[in-house]
Design a protein around this ligand. Structure first.
Ligand code: NAD
Length: 522
């Protein structure tokens, strides 16, 4: 397929896109040229926010947040229910924007849009129970008690990457809003359109204007001002940037959640269904053109089925369709930019120069569009190669063999990352045993990533250098709150009473401590 035959969706007009970006403050007049990845055509000039613009965004979000937090939860959730319907209603328009700004294929862009209604539904259901006051016993039975009150943090900074701009930008915004916060959202410059549309839909659903602010700029330019104003920061991006954000959060004494990179292993055990595993590996290695934080870059196959798996995997990879299209046709789309394509190519070239073999792929495809790269399978990758040790974040998979379960676990854990792993076996007990031994925040059994990521009731985050904290689950909402401890004592009894000496009071206290333990009061 050639990019020149591309039919751009009629909705992506200059007027429409200008009206989307006009909410981004840019007092200096500087702009960033946001392009359609498939063609390199400029779609719109994106305003770039200054430190003053960002400070004002926090002030405005803070004013709106005080009103929003005073609303009963029921009233806040009503807005989010409406928002849910609007997202589903506008799903294909959102899909168009995601495709234009990221270059991903339509199936992946559509699936990205599903994440927001799923997460929204989950927190609409869980919030009343999670945010209600909880009464606990106090130090003196009957005479004291304490109430745990969940308070919003204030204004939360959400910094999102380009690979899932709508999902990371908006899905992480939802629980922050449910908990009563305001949000200052900073999408990547390349992919600001779909999150901006998400904010438009939130306001259409009844969200008070100003509560969610969107600021834009290159990360290092705007990062300090964003951290300066935030009461909490939710960051998704690379491990290197995560360290910078973590340092700034420490400096400002605010809490943070850091969702970072991975170098995720897939383990195909001896008793796995090879056909299913091969089919899944296509998505694992090449879904979103390999630009999924949880995707597979290291694929370990048991020695006894290695050749069978390898030959089938190479053949299936070569049958994949790749191209630029705003329809559900191609299996694969583009990488996000020419710079990123060059980074991916540099990992493959480095591996080949150091002795790896390309089984298939290994070439850029400028005939399809500026940033396309073929799905690539390597053999003979070692840890001395970039592709063997650091995140490539492209459609490049290294194939390895193993002979025992212990070896498979040890190879899977031989990385500084711990975001996701995928274990394939027809024996659920064996798969579970292996999964528990992998140092990874997520492990999918007989799936690549979707089962874990879409289990919205379970926290999902990275271990080791893959992150701090988690999204989803109760933690994914409660992290946007502070716990306030309001304790009541009905009568002053925690001191000697009347003429009681302190020694007598101490004796009595020790007896009480023993009793409380025995009676399981405290
Ligand atoms: P990145 O770290 O370069 O950028 C992420 C975001 O941070 C962007 O909005 C960027 O503008 C901003 N940023 C960059 N430097 C900054 C700074 N100094 N201060 C403040 N903000 C700054 O990452 P990327 O290349 O956009 O995204 C790809 C990475 O994200 C991959 O490593 C991928 O694994 C990771 N990722 C992780 C998850 C997860 O949930 N664990 C999800 C998606 C992507």
């Amino acid at each position: 397929m050639n990019a020149t035959t591309l039919q751009r969706p009629t909705d992506l007009t200059r007027d429409r896109l200008e009206s989307l970006v006009k909410r981004v403050p840019g007092s200096t007049g500087n702009t960033w040229k946001l392009t359609e990845v498939y063609t390199g055509d400029v779609l719109v000039e994106l305003p770039q926010s200054s430190a003053d613009d960002i400070a004002k965004a926090y002030a405005d979000a803070g004013a709106a947040q005080r009103v929003w937090a005073s609303w009963p939860l029921r009233k806040r959730l009503k807005v989010l229910k409406k928002f849910h319907s609007l997202v589903v209603k506008n799903q294909y328009r959102i899909t168009d924007l995601i495709q234009a700004e990221s270059g991903k294929n339509r199936r992946m862009a559509f699936e990205e849009t599903c994440d927001v209604p799923m997460g929204t539904s989950h927190y609409i259901k869980r919030a009343p129970s999670l945010l209600k006051d909880r009464r606990h016993g106090g130090p003196v039975p009957v005479l004291s008690h304490s109430v745990e009150v969940r308070r919003p943090k204030g204004v939360v900074a959400i910094i999102a990457p380009w690979n899932f701009p709508f999902a990371t930008g908006i899905s992480d915004t939802i629980p922050a809003l449910v908990a009563g916060n305001g949000v200052v959202l900073k999408p990547d410059n390349k992919t600001a359109l779909s999150p901006l549309f998400g904010v438009e839909l939130l306001e259409k659903a009844g969200l008070p204007r100003g509560l969610v602010q969107v600021v834009c700029g290159e990360g290092p330019d705007v990062g300090p001002a964003i951290l300066q104003g935030a009461d909490y920061v939710m960051f998704t991006g690379s491990t290197d940037t995560g360290r910078i954000i973590g340092e700034l959060a420490g400096k400002h004494l605010i809490d943070c959640c850091l969702e970072l990179g991975g170098k995720n292993p897939m383990l195909v055990l001896q008793d796995a269904d090879v056909d299913e595993a091969v089919h899944a590996a296509l998505f694992g290695g090449f879904g979103n053109s390999g630009q999924i934080c949880m995707h597979i870059e290291r694929l370990y196959v048991h020695d006894s089925i290695y050749e069978q798996f390898r030959d089938a995997f190479v053949a299936a990879t070569e049958a994949m369709t790749i191209g630029a299209a705003y329809d559900f046709g191609p299996d694969l789309g583009s990488l996000v930019s020419v710079d990123h394509r060059d980074r991916v190519a540099s990992h493959v070239d480095d591996a080949v120069a150091k002795g790896a073999t390309v089984l298939t792929g290994g070439q850029a495809r400028p005939d399809l569009g500026p940033a396309f790269y073929e799905p690539t399978i390597l053999e003979g990758v070692t840890k001395e190669m970039l592709a063997g040790s650091t995140e490539t974040f492209g459609p490049v998979v290294g194939l390895y063999r193993f002979t025992s379960e212990d070896e498979a676990v040890s190879l899977a854990n031989d990385t500084e990352y711990g975001l996701n792993a995928s274990v394939w076996s027809s024996d659920p007990d064996r798969a579970m045993r292996v999964a528990r031994r992998i140092d990874s925040g997520n492990v999918n059994i007989n799936d690549i990533l979707a089962t874990a990521f879409a289990s919205k009731g379970t926290p999902s985050g990275g271990l080791k250098q893959s992150g701090v904290g988690a999204r989803h689950g109760d933690q994914g909402l409660l992290k946007y709150t502070d716990a306030q401890n309001i304790a009541t004592l009905k009568k002053q009894v925690m001191e000697p009473q009347g003429n009681q000496t302190y020694a007598a009071y101490a004796r009595q206290t020790r007896i009480t401590l023993r009793l409380m333990r025995k009676l399981r009061i405290r």
